[in-house]
Design a protein around this ligand. Structure first.
Ligand SMILES: CCCCCCCCCCCCCC(=O)SCCNC(=O)CCNC(=O)[C@H](O)C(C)(C)COP(=O)(O)OP(=O)(O)OC[C@H]1O[C@@H](n2cnc3c(N)ncnc32)[C@H](O)[C@@H]1OP(=O)(O)O
Length: 479
């Protein structure tokens, strides 16, 4: 089991409180102006980047530099490294892709057309090779059984030691065992899509990739797809072209089930994103974030003022907020299904999937509904827990991060609902609340004091061409 995220120690809390008291005495009349920040280190998601606005690389589809509100940004602590493309990969978008250039994905230089459809000619399951692709000598395929304690432990160890890190190797994702089981066993999951590579003879697990089934709607077409995730090759086996073999073998296994499209996200830029999204970070425990180098104290900011800036109330502010229960599933399903329809790319959940993905699981996924005076559920917010190991830090081992998930505000502004989500995440002792600029998130990010990260998250479709989608058209969160 993953080590539980380290919460602020008693000492932290005492210091925070003292600092705050001191702050209140000294700076009674100061407003948030003082939070202006000079430094801009941030944390990002898959494949983390160091700085934003890489010179010479357009950060939007039309080649314009993305504009940020400088006033707002100056008020916020800038967050370090969320997953997004590293500098190197962003510079290499025009390079040759020995593997990807052979795959049914649009090439980097090609125009985004207006039409949609598969890139590969139609095939049937009978056309799909029956035998696994060959692996280099000394390795063998395995289908992982995530219900087996020993096997899930091996997967956990592989990922915890080798999965996504930031560029400076300060943080590495630490998906918990409970999380991995949840992520990999939705309704209708297939064991054969939990694919591993071992050293021959049932030896050490050194490679991994997964698929789960999902019905995805993109530009008016509903398509049965695989969501691909957790691609990982052991550090000692990097750059040996094992990743393309893993991708080809998972493709074969998915095709064998008569599924021909996939959706996936990555920090790296590959041929070819359908959307480029950005991470934003809302500090909940700024003292710890600063201590571990996730964020930096803004210029002319004291720790006490920073703590005050990010303080949230102890209790939700909207009347009727409570944890989601099993009885809420039909209503929540209706709310989510109806809401997601407005986005160009979105999943089409069954009630069983809503139950799986949204019913609270401690340490994994948190979901709250708002019930009105008549006892009707009108709004829902959710977030999942994805901690990162803090590498080589003397005081802190784990950064507790909550990630915004499915949120539907039908009777209150989304901003008010998300303010409660922050409060509820703080109650659960999360250090930071992360959200992408997808769906309608732009309506609350700045107002709720999220700072923009330097991380980009690229969305991809396999074997499907379609027009480019703006982040606000993305209604899909992958874990
Ligand atoms: C219809 C069904 C279809 C199903 C499949 C749909 C496609 C699914 C696609 C997978 C979605 C995964 C979603 C997630 O899980 S994203 C998370 C990816 N994982 C990590 O970042 C963890 C840490 N890194 C590693 O474990 C390794 O560096 C990996 C395994 C990423 C690459 O290993 P390694 O560093 O040892 O490299 P190589 O020598 O074996 O291979 C080099 C080739 O691999 C291409 N590469 C590098 N990174 C990625 C990447 N993230 N997605 C796709 N391709 C990637 C690269 O451009 C090059 O190809 P080309 O540029 O020469 O052409």
């Amino acid at each position: 089991m993953a080590e539980a995220a380290k919460s602020p120690s008693k000492e932290d809390r005492d210091e925070d409180e003292e600092a705050e008291d001191e702050e209140e005495d000294e700076n009674e009349n100061e407003n948030e102006e003082g939070a202006q920040t000079g430094e801009k280190k941030k944390k990002q998601k898959k494949k983390p980047a160091k700085t934003e606005g890489t010179a010479g690389y357009p950060s939007t589809a039309n080649g314009e530099e993305e504009k940020e509100d400088p006033d707002q940004q100056q008020h916020l602590l800038q967050m370090l490294r969320k997953r997004g493309p590293c500098e190197e990969s962003r510079r290499q978008t025009a390079r040759e892709h020995l593997f990807w250039d052979t795959q049914p994905v649009p090439s980097m230089g090609s125009e985004y057309g207006q039409d949609s459809g598969p890139l590969d000619e139609l095939r049937t399951v009978d056309d799909v090779r029956a035998e696994p692709y060959p692996l280099p000598d000394k390795f063998e395929w395995c289908t992982c059984n995530v219900d087996d304690d020993k096997e899930i432990d091996e997967i956990y160890t592989l990922l915890t030691e080798n999965y996504v890190e930031d560029d400076d190797s300060m943080f590495r994702f630490d998906y918990s065992i409970h999380f991995l089981r949840w992520a990999l066993k939705p309704p209708e999951f297939l064991r054969s899509w939990h694919l591993g590579v071992r050293v021959q003879g049932g030896g050490k697990l050194v490679g991994f990739i997964t698929g789960i089934p999902a019905k995805i709607r993109v530009f008016e077409k509903s398509i049965q797809m695989a969501e691909i995730n957790f691609l990982c090759v052991h550090k000692r086996l990097r750059s040996k072209r094992l990743a393309p073999v893993l991708i080809k073998e998972i493709t074969r296994r998915v095709n064998r089930e008569n599924v021909w499209q996939a959706v996936y996200t990555a920090g790296v830029v590959l041929p070819r994103p359908i959307s480029e999204c950005r991470y934003w970070h809302r500090s909940l425990n700024p003292k710890k974030l600063i201590e571990v180098g996730f964020s930096h104290l803004g210029a002319r900011m004291t720790m006490a003022r920073t703590i005050k800036l990010y303080k949230v109330p102890d209790m939700p502010q909207l009347p009727g907020m409570r944890e989601m229960k099993k009885e809420d599933v039909p209503r929540v399903h209706g709310l989510v299904l109806n809401y997601l329809r407005k986005f160009t790319l979105h999943p089409e959940f069954t009630p069983e999937e809503v139950e799986h993905w949204m019913l609270p699981r401690p340490g994994v996924v948190y979901c709250y509904v708002r019930e009105n005076e008549k006892g009707e559920v009108t709004d829902v917010c959710s977030f999942y827990s994805l901690p990162s190991s803090i590498l080589g830090h003397a005081k802190h081992n784990t950064l507790k991060a909550a990630y915004s998930y499915w949120n539907v505000a039908s009777t209150v502004p989304l901003q008010d609902l998300m303010y409660d989500a922050l409060i509820l995440a703080k109650q659960q002792d999360f250090d930071v609340f992360n959200a992408l600029d997808i769906m309608e998130n732009e309506s609350f990010l700045k107002e709720l004091k999220f700072g923009i990260g330097d991380g980009y998250l690229q969305y991809y479709l396999y074997n499907w061409k379609c027009p480019r989608i703006e982040p606000r058209g993305i209604g899909l969160v992958l874990l």
